[in-house]
Design a protein around this ligand. Structure first.
Ligand code: RVP
Length: 491
């Protein structure tokens, strides 16, 4: 009877999207999407909270392209806070830890600081009050002359300053009008930061970047299901979104605790992973801001084999999204995405965004070095439930899978039941290149389906169920591929 009642569940390969009458061309598509109750991102892509995928470098690269990185938690709270700060600092046009010099210091000292820190100008301050600015140009010709002059003798005292509320465009205009490279930011007469023309121009290179209200990059961070202290620290450090990272978020202790976590932070709270309607309902009743779906689809995940548990991903996304839509809560489809077409299918059945591990682990911005095997380049990629991740770092994988080990035990390996494996993925170049292909594929798909926005794609897309022979026909067949394509790896 149990078997008779069992539903059939499907995944990406079981369906294709049906082409429809369309006035939409890929170039007209808008990929902006909601990722939580209060946050929008510009492309529907997040990077996995895994120690071979997301640290600050990945989060910065992805935010620049319009996506969102979720900093992994297999490190101390202090280290994770530092990663968040790195992301926030890099997207900010105002440098806040400004290096300054005293007006009575000899110019040789100012010169040494500039050389050491590789900067071309220093604000001159007395008790945080800005009294001048000195640049390399001012001192280079005289620094070696005899009789060391003081900073105050050569500095420019008539400094053009700007308030904190300045926009990048206004700052750029002021800098050009006054022919200066750097603008000290002053609040109540005190120096609080500095804006450089270089940083503003750098910012213009990424028009699609995801930024917070202050213009800094958006960043998310993973937190253990019951780790309130870490959640508070990450929140304070400026994480915009926290993601409760668990292999089974329908654990009722976790469900209840998510409300406590939510009450204690300003950031939005995403909870995952789940795969059923019931789990979605239980979590939504705790007022979470987003849901993450995926039990067992991950490319390095063995949960379905080790525990025999999971739901094929396309059905899981569809089921959770149907519930979430009733409450207007965004859904992130996490795991199992191999091609851009899978992203389109995930959105077609209701996801607002996808999370990628495998596809981003091979980029230069993922942690870890390139390894060469048989003359080809690879990067390491491992499950957070693999032995390596559970015993490496701070062993964050153990509570992800509700396993506790005695950290002092010398027999750690024999006390763990892994749910993931360790391996390598092909090196794929930069995040920018990978994202270009993935978003390009999604835009093509939206063109075929006649959907101009992600919302329209969710509403309009139609699917057709296919068979094994349909899958075979879908992939290239009956030829020997001689040139590798950037969006269809053959390995
Ligand atoms: P994929 O993109 O298919 O490589 O899947 C990535 C996802 O797999 C992660 O975002 C996470 O939800 C899940 N994961 C991470 N570790 C493990 C594991 O060890 N089983 N699974």
């Amino acid at each position: 009877e149990k078997l008779e009642k069992a539903k059939t569940a499907y995944t990406f390969d079981d369906f294709l999207l049906v082409p429809q009458a369309s006035w939409v061309e890929p170039k007209d598509v808008d990929t902006k999407t909601r990722v939580t109750r209060n946050y929008e991102i510009n492309i529907p892509i997040l990077s996995s909270a895994m120690d071979t995928v997301t640290e600050a470098e990945m989060a910065i690269a992805l935010a620049r392209e319009g996506g969102l990185g979720v900093i992994h938690r297999n490190m101390s709270t202090k280290e994770q806070v530092e990663e968040i700060k790195k992301v926030k600092r890099s997207g900010d046009i105002t440098i806040r830890d400004v290096i300054t010099v005293d007006p009575d210091a000899p110019i040789s000292e100012a010169y040494e600081i500039m050389k050491r820190e590789n900067i071309s100008g220093l604000p001159v301050v007395v008790d945080d009050k800005l009294v001048g600015i000195i640049s390399r140009r001012d001192i280079k010709p005289i620094v070696n002359s005899k009789g060391d002059k003081k900073v105050k003798e050569v500095m420019t005292s008539d400094v053009v300053t700007v308030p904190e509320s300045i926009t990048p465009e206004e700052a750029l205009n002021i800098a050009y009008e006054n022919k200066v490279e750097r603008l000290p930011v002053v609040k109540d007469g005190k120096l609080v930061g500095i804006i450089t023309v270089r940083d503003i121009l750098e910012r213009k290179k990424y028009p699609n970047a995801c930024r917070d209200e202050e213009g800094r990059f958006l960043v998310a961070a993973a937190v253990g299901p019951f780790d309130l202290d870490r959640a508070k620290s990450l929140d304070k450090a400026g994480a915009d979104i926290l993601v409760i990272d668990s292999a089974h978020a329908h654990n009722m202790r976790l469900v209840k605790y998510s409300k406590i976590m939510k009450k204690n932070i300003d950031a939005d709270l995403v909870v995952g992973n789940i795969a059923t309607r019931e789990a979605a309902e239980d979590l939504i009743s705790q007022e979470v801001d987003g849901l993450k779906v995926g039990i067992g689809p991950g490319s390095m995940c063995t949960t379905r084999i080790v525990a025999g548990v999971g739901v094929p991903q396309l059905s899981a996304i569809a089921e959770v999204s149907d519930v979430a839509a009733e409450y207007d809560i965004p859904v992130i489809a996490d795991g199992g995405i191999r091609y851009s077409g899978d992203i389109a299918k995930a959105i077609a059945v209701g996801a607002d965004a996808v999370m990628l591990g495998n596809l981003l682990a091979g980029t230069s911005e993922a942690p870890g070095e390139i390894v060469i095997i048989n003359g080809r380049k690879y990067k390491q990629y491992r499950g957070m439930g693999s032995l390596g991740a559970m015993t490496g770092g701070i062993g964050a994988g153990t509570d992800r899978y509700f396993q506790n080990i005695n950290k002092k035990s010398h027999m750690k390996h024999t006390k763990l039941v892994p749910e993931g494996v360790e391996g390598v993925v092909p090196y794929r170049g930069s995040v920018k290149e990978v994202i270009f292909q993935l978003v390009g594929g999604l835009k093509a798909s939206m063109g075929y389906c006649g959907a101009k926005t992600i919302k329209e794609m969710k509403e309009k897309a139609k699917l057709v169920r296919i068979t094994q022979s349909g899958i075979k026909e879908s992939h290239p067949h009956d030829l020997l591929i001689t040139n590798e394509s950037p969006n269809y790896p053959t390995y």
